[in-house]
Design a protein around this ligand. Structure first.
Ligand SMILES: C[S@@+](CC[C@H](N)C(=O)[O-])C[C@H]1O[C@@H](n2cnc3c(N)ncnc32)[C@H](O)[C@@H]1O
Ligand code: SF4
Ligand code: SF4
Length: 417
């Protein structure tokens, strides 16, 4: 079987005589000598399979080494049966739909600035129409989010509707405070997973962000879910300088409850931007990077504009909830009135050059970063890069921070031998 280098989803960093080859979809990477990478690149440019190249080596050691490199490329998902020159439109992996922007809590960091006094923009019929669009696109996952989704008076009607027409996985993103004995069974019969934000590990830590008594209510809900055998439960905490010291306790708490822990670094977005001094070390920072700096197992793998979509509480679609700026606007999901949603959306993706627009805000594509040896690891979110690029002082501050911490990866790098 012929196997070709899947160049179109890869990115490389050349540093001294080494090359780091990364899969930008799954974030995995390997490091090989640059002269070996040149051979791989030659095979791609000339449409020669890697097995054919392998057979050309006369020296057995070189041949064995090259085969090892091919196997490693396979392990990180960078081999394909044909020499693909152009990306095909993948199945949509994830759509997040915020059915409301109302919320019964008032977390100071909230990226969606949710509030109890907001009036719902979308009617029940609007939401159903948008669900029809989502079903036509047929993503693997649908995340129902908000604000707090359960605050909608028609929440149960909507959940029932989407479950009856959609065969993919439904994840409910919730603060869990409105789940109770009278609705829990109805909910778990219709969802596949639940993402619960708690922001701490005991009453004291949680009350500092989410308010008094929220901890007890949420833990009780988690116990009731587990008693019913519902297992796909992720529990998240936001992390900034104020609570970074709590991380170990948060992991212990999740282990005891037997739920999946999720750490969400603070992003200065929405209401969060007014409270950033509580979460960030400096006014020049846009996100809490202390965890990221030690997380160099993967290169940045943001999927915005590739295979994910976000529909906000007004029915507008964007590549990601954090990229709700005019230039990234895709379409108004409540207004689409054509038969083939999927081809419509494909054409929007292609005609809008949305991938290029988002790619502009990935560090490795910036002119001043393109020869930086850590550009595939630096600042993982284009929404953050978008804000950093509007302010030179912030950009330079972030650049120094990233370099100070991440250049070390080249000292400890494991080269394929
Ligand atoms: C906007 S909330 C909506 C769902 C629900 N109300 C909740 O709190 O889980 C969805 C997720 O976004 C996260 N989030 C909100 N603001 C954020 C910020 N400034 N930075 C990082 N994550 C944030 C929350 O912690 C939550 O896990
Ligand atoms: S993070 Fe969730 S619970 Fe907190 S205010 Fe925002 S929407 Fe509400
Ligand atoms: S460390 Fe600086 S130069 Fe390197 S990618 Fe990040 S911002 Fe660009």
């Amino acid at each position: 079987m012929n196997r070709y280098f899947l160049q179109i989803i890869s990115k490389v960093i050349h540093y001294e005589n080494l090359t780091l080859i990364a899969n930008t979809c799954n974030g995995k990477w390997i490091v090989i000598p640059k002269k070996c990478y040149d051979v791989i690149d030659y095979s791609f440019q000339n449409e020669i399979s890697l097995s054919e190249i392998e057979n050309v080596f006369e020296n057995t050691r070189d041949k064995v080494y090259f085969r090892k490199v091919i196997n490693n490329l396979d392990n990180i998902g960078l081999l394909h049966e044909v020499n693909l020159k152009r990306k095909t439109w993948d199945k949509m992996s994830k759509i997040t739909f915020s059915i409301t922007n109302r919320c019964n809590l008032k977390c100071d960091y909230c990226c969606s600035s949710s509030d109890i006094d907001i009036v719902d923009y979308l009617s029940t019929e609007d939401c159903k129409r948008i669900f029809n669009v989502i079903v036509a696109i047929n993503p693997t996952y649908l995340i129902i989010s908000g604000g707090e989704p359960l605050l909608r008076t028609d929440f149960f009607q909507l959940l029932d509707y989407i479950r009856s027409i959609y065969k993919g996985k439904i994840i409910l993103s919730t603060n869990a405070t409105l789940i109770n004995l009278s609705n829990i069974d109805f909910i778990i019969d219709r969802i596949d997973g639940i993402d619960i934000s708690i922001d701490g590990f005991d009453e004291e830590s949680v009350s500092m962000i989410r308010g008094n008594n929220v901890f007890g209510i949420v833990v009780n809900v988690i116990r009731k879910l587990k008693e019913r055998g519902f297992c796909d439960i992720t529990v998240s905490t936001i992390v900034g300088k104020n609570n970074i010291g709590f991380i170990d306790k948060f992991y212990e708490f999740c282990e005891k409850l037997e739920v999946n822990p999720l750490i969400r670094p603070f992003f200065s977005i929405g209401r969060g931007s007014y409270y950033k001094q509580k979460y960030l070390h400096s006014e020049y920072e846009e996100f809490f990077s202390d965890i990221l700096l030690h997380e160099t197992r993967y290169v940045n793998r943001c999927k915005a504009a590739l295979n994910q979509l976000s529909i906000n509480s007004m029915g507008e679609a964007y590549p990601c909830p954090n990229l709700e700026y005019k230039e990234f606007f895709l379409f108004d999901a409540k207004k689409i009135k054509i038969d083939s949603y999927r081809s419509y959306i494909e054409s929007i993706y292609e005609n809008n050059n949305i991938e290029e627009k988002v790619d502009k805000y990935k560090m490795h594509n910036l002119e001043k970063c393109n020869s930086c040896p850590i550009n595939l690891f630096c600042t993982p979110c284009p929404a953050i890069a978008y804000n950093l690029m509007k302010n030179n002082a912030k950009f330079d501050y972030n650049c120094k921070l990233m370099k100070d911490e991440m250049m070390g990866i080249w000292k400890n790098i494991k080269i394929i031998k």
